[in-house]
Design a protein around this ligand. Structure first.
Ligand code: 4AD
Length: 458
């Protein structure tokens, strides 16, 4: 169907004075005595295109006017009669591509995000989701650009796995047979299953990413990860998109630098390529958002050790719901205090107690902490989990033993430490979390097409 994208209609002044064809859905419509007006949107632009109908030229316009109807419109593109710097089409021919009845759930009024979550198949047609998904697309593209322009190889790690990278036991089982009492043991059941052993959806591509990095030097993965954690919060989904670079010959400060550069590159790209969308988010979701992001790109991120953070939290004139002691896992309220009230900008918290972190992290010489960092940002909390990996075979085996892990399941991972082991580091960025941060949206369910959360699958 030959037509011009509405975004191009707005961008290219050479269309003015020519006959154009556009397609789209009716967003609003207004009828008066001699004229009628339709705001058409085809999804390529946040801005709608006004279609002007001279009722003496086109009769029987009632079908064109219904919200949600899809139309093909031909006519002359002219400068807008009222809006400065805008254009409109004087319609000569309108074809209804798909009718839309009056019970269309998206009416003119502003719907709540909660209501829109109940109609994920239609909410994409609202301005908010139009903006969210364009920003999401630009963020994704900018992530690829960042790594591609720095000699990183994009690798695709398996989604079905036999190992639990984070060791938290929060994996979705992959099976083709239901459990039955005929199996005497779990091992017997697993042996009968598709892979002949227990399999699950991967929580992270890191372990296989390390395999690739030990050959290709610098790699990144960008795909879905799955977590069966029952965290019903505005920051957790069971299926999220995970960006995981892994870098050989990199220690913790090196990977921190890469992470900070990547976040700044993402923000710059969005500010540059999505000005309309960012203005929209600034107006409707987070006042001062653009200024906040401009400050982020032009200043260094803070770096603070976990131990320093604990001291600050203990000194804080604040009644935290969860008490703070060295060794405790930081709760959202603690992370918020550190990033929003102490640092007031993104902060890398480093050197966590080894007991609360994963087996693969490099053990620091103090014997108590690991060379790990989480990037905390005001308003969202943790968006990146990062660490230097334990490259020493004996120390890795010891950490696995302490956690009661099966050496067999991690055979390849362990072997990397036998054959030319090198210092290396990596991190995981949750795509939806960075999108929350750059858009000012509050709930992760509103930045992914179909959110998968506990007790909810559409
Ligand atoms: O801190 P995490 O668990 O780190 C890892 O998975 C490492 N293997 C990454 C690596 O070093 N290659 O997760 C990394 C990030 C978190 O900071 C968060 O942004 C995101 O993944 N994330 C989630 N996002 C949405 N919903 C969830 N349930 C998430 N769990 C983690």
């Amino acid at each position: 169907m030959k037509h011009i994208d509405i975004v191009d209609i707005f961008k290219n002044s050479e269309y003015i004075g020519t006959n154009v064809t556009v397609c789209g859905w009716v967003r609003t419509s207004r009828d008066s005595k001699n004229m009628a007006f339709i705001e058409l949107n085809d999804g390529t632009s946040l801005k709608h295109l006004q279609i002007v109908i001279d009722k003496s030229k086109l009769s029987d316009i009632s079908e064109f006017m219904k919200l949600g109807t899809s139309l093909k419109v031909c006519g002359e593109l002219v400068k807008s009669a009222v809006a400065v710097d805008s254009v409109e089409i004087n319609a000569e021919e309108i074809t209804v591509l798909g009718e839309c009845p009056a019970e269309y759930p998206l009416q003119k009024k502003r719907h709540s995000l909660e209501y829109l979550r109940t109609i994920p198949h239609l909410r994409v047609r609202t301005n908010t989701f139009n903006a969210v998904f364009r920003v999401r697309s630009v963020v994704s593209a900018s992530i690829h650009e960042f790594f591609q322009s720095r000699h990183f190889t994009y690798v695709h790690t398996p989604l079905i796995t036999a190992s639990d990278c984070e060791g938290a036991g929060e994996m979705f089982k992959v099976t083709t047979i239901g459990y039955s009492n005929e199996y005497k043991t779990e091992e017997e059941y697993n042996a009968d299953d598709f892979f002949g052993k227990r399999a699950a959806l991967s929580v992270s591509g890191q372990l296989e990413g390390e395999v690739a990095a030990m050959a290709l030097g610098k790699i990144y993965t960008f795909g879905p990860s799955f977590r069966a954690e029952k965290s019903n919060t505005p920051r957790h989904v069971a299926e999220f998109w995970h960006v995981e670079p892994e870098v050989a010959f990199a220690e913790l400060p090196d990977i921190i630098e890469i992470a900070e550069d990547m976040i700044k590159h993402i923000i710059r790209s969005v500010l540059e390529r999505c000005p309309e969308e960012m203005k929209f988010f600034d107006q409707h979701f987070e006042k001062g958002l653009i200024q906040k992001l401009e400050n982020v790109v032009s200043n260094d991120f803070a770096v603070m050790t976990y131990t320093e953070a604990i001291e600050l939290l203990k000194k804080a004139d604040r009644d935290f719901q969860y008490p703070v002691e060295w060794g405790c896992d930081l709760q959202t309220e603690h992370e918020k205090y550190i990033s929003e009230e102490i640092c007031k900008k993104p902060v890398f918290l480093t050197d966590y107690p080894k007991e609360i972190k994963s087996f693969y992290m490099k053990q620091n010489p103090d014997g108590k902490t690991v060379a790990a960092t989480d990037l905390l940002v005001p308003g969202v909390g943790e968006i990146i989990g990062c660490s230097e990996r334990e490259a020493d075979l004996d120390k890795l085996l010891e950490a696995m033993k302490v956690r009661g892990m099966s050496m067999d399941e991690y055979e390849h991972y362990i072997a990397l430490r036998r054959f030319g082991s090198v210092p290396h580091s990596g991190f995981g960025l949750g795509l939806e979390r960075i999108i929350l941060y750059v858009t000012g949206m509050q709930n992760i369910r509103d930045v992914i097409l179909y959110p998968r959360t506990v007790g909810n699958i559409y």
